[in-house]
Design a binder for this molecule. Structure first.
Ligand code: DSN
Length: 442
């Protein structure tokens, strides 16, 4: 924690020192949080540009400000590439985050008190899909009446037959659903998109696929093709497996273009973070060129890491399904402590993961503060060029902390050594600067 600040100069120096220290720390760490990534130097350049100081309210070519010529050129590129990557007739790249993209979709497809169906948080759902009682965006902000999918825990998937029964019973109670949300924050296997789209049609409901976690995999042509399979909107953030800046987007169909545009602006934003739009345009360009290989390697690496951890006695779930088809896996750590304790021990060794609820945690009386699991993702290490054999080294380092309880300082030093060869972002057009280099422009 900081000591009290004696002056503006003191505060200024402390902030800049913390920024630099953070970069030094990440350089020597194993960043394994499944919702993060390190963008390319070109994306970082866009984020530092003057675009971030400007306004461009409205749609491309129809702005309500002057000075937007180059901003328009860039946003038009993002739109053209986004449509291509996600097989969409329409994309809005202005939502400032994935949560805002979801809120825009909820506003277009439902009214307050309408029914929305989504996954619970322990079965992978995101807080923006969740109930009012949890403070979730759908319930607490849009005032939707949230019900949860019956879930097949053994296979970690939505139970479509039981969902059909639930929806019939809701209809009988005069509460037919208006929105089915697919997609998740623990997203190990593709969701049953075609089946839910079919079911939704019979109730004239809409399907919103939250692909925040898997957008980069989908851009690379793997995992699943939500728009191709008929969802009404594919919402995303742009910085997880898609290694862009922190931002959002909604891909959809021309018939929904006007209401989505109005929900995003003026509904949910004025300024839409134009430096991030430029970063998204660059990330989309990189995706077009490099992601068929990058996305494939992410999944190869997550399967390899899961297998290597499992062989070392660590309880990675869903072994019988091959652990994962995405960038992430979920691990029951209760043999060694709770998720919070293990997260902390790993952090002490510079292995950065997040604790996570397991599908059965609630039944065991565990909550998000001390859940039974951790979640890890391989997208960032893959972006730095690591392959299957490095995943075995990563598993060994994790085992030293989790199973053997080795001195974290010793493990930290081994990680810094391993990381020496992985300081550049791959799968991008140019990497003159190192991935975590602290670039001073002051
Ligand atoms: N909460 C983030 C995650 O880690 O999945 C997504 O917003």
């Amino acid at each position: 924690m900081v000591n009290s600040l004696s002056s503006g100069r003191d505060a200024y120096n402390r902030v800049l020192t913390s920024l630099e220290n953070h970069h030094e720390m990440v350089k020597k760490s194993l960043p394994l949080i499944a919702s993060e990534n390190v963008p390319s130097p070109a994306v970082r350049e866009a984020m530092a540009s003057d675009f971030g100081n400007r306004y461009a309210e409205g749609w491309v070519g129809e702005r309500v400000y002057a000075g937007c010529k180059h901003l328009d050129e860039v946003e038009a590129v993002a739109i053209e590439l986004g449509k291509k990557l996600f097989h969409a007739e329409f994309i809005d790249v202005r939502p400032v985050s994935g949560v805002f993209a979801n809120l825009a979709a909820y506003s277009v497809f439902a009214n307050p008190s309408d029914v929305l169906i989504s996954c619970t948080i322990p079965t992978g759902g995101h807080i923006s899909h969740s109930k009012k009682a949890l403070g979730g965006t759908a319930g607490a902000i849009r005032d939707l009446d949230v019900y949860n999918y019956p879930f097949d825990e053994e296979n970690f998937t939505i139970d479509v037959d039981k969902t059909a029964q639930l929806v019939r019973s809701l209809k009988d109670q005069g509460k037919p659903p208006k929105i089915f949300v697919l997609g998740a924050s623990v997203f190990l296997f593709p969701h049953p998109v075609k089946e839910i789209v079919e079911l939704a049609k019979t109730y004239d409901a809409k399907v919103v696929y939250d692909g925040a976690h898997v957008a980069g995999l989908i851009a690379g042509g793997i995992f699943q093709d939500p728009i191709g399979d008929g969802v009404d909107a594919f919402t995303m953030s742009t910085h997880k497996t898609l290694a862009g800046p922190q931002h959002g987007a909604i891909a959809s169909w021309l018939k929904y273009a006007e209401p989505i545009k109005r929900a995003v602006f003026p509904g949910l934003s004025s300024n839409h973070h134009l430096h991030a739009v430029a970063g998204v345009a660059i990330a989309f360009a990189e995706a077009l060129e490099f992601y068929p290989e990058y996305a494939r390697n992410i999944v190869i690496n997550s399967k390899a890491l899961a297998q290597a951890l499992y062989e070392r006695g660590i309880n990675v779930l869903y072994e019988k399904k091959g652990f994962t088809e995405s960038h992430m896996m979920i691990i029951d750590v209760t043999k060694y402590g709770n998720g919070f304790e293990i997260e902390k021990r790993l952090e002490d060794a510079n292995i950065i993961v997040n604790r996570n609820l397991l599908p059965y945690d609630k039944r065991m009386g565990r909550d998000y503060k001390a859940p039974g699991g951790i979640r890890i993702g391989t997208q960032e290490l893959t972006h730095l060029g690591m392959n299957k054999s490095h995943m075995v080294e990563v598993a060994e380092l994790m085992k030293k902390v989790i199973v053997d309880n080795e001195d974290p300082v010793k493990v930290k030093a081994e990680i810094a050594e391993l990381r020496k060869d992985f300081q550049k972002v791959k799968y991008c057009f140019s990497s003159v600067h190192d991935a975590y280099e602290y670039v001073k422009i002051r």
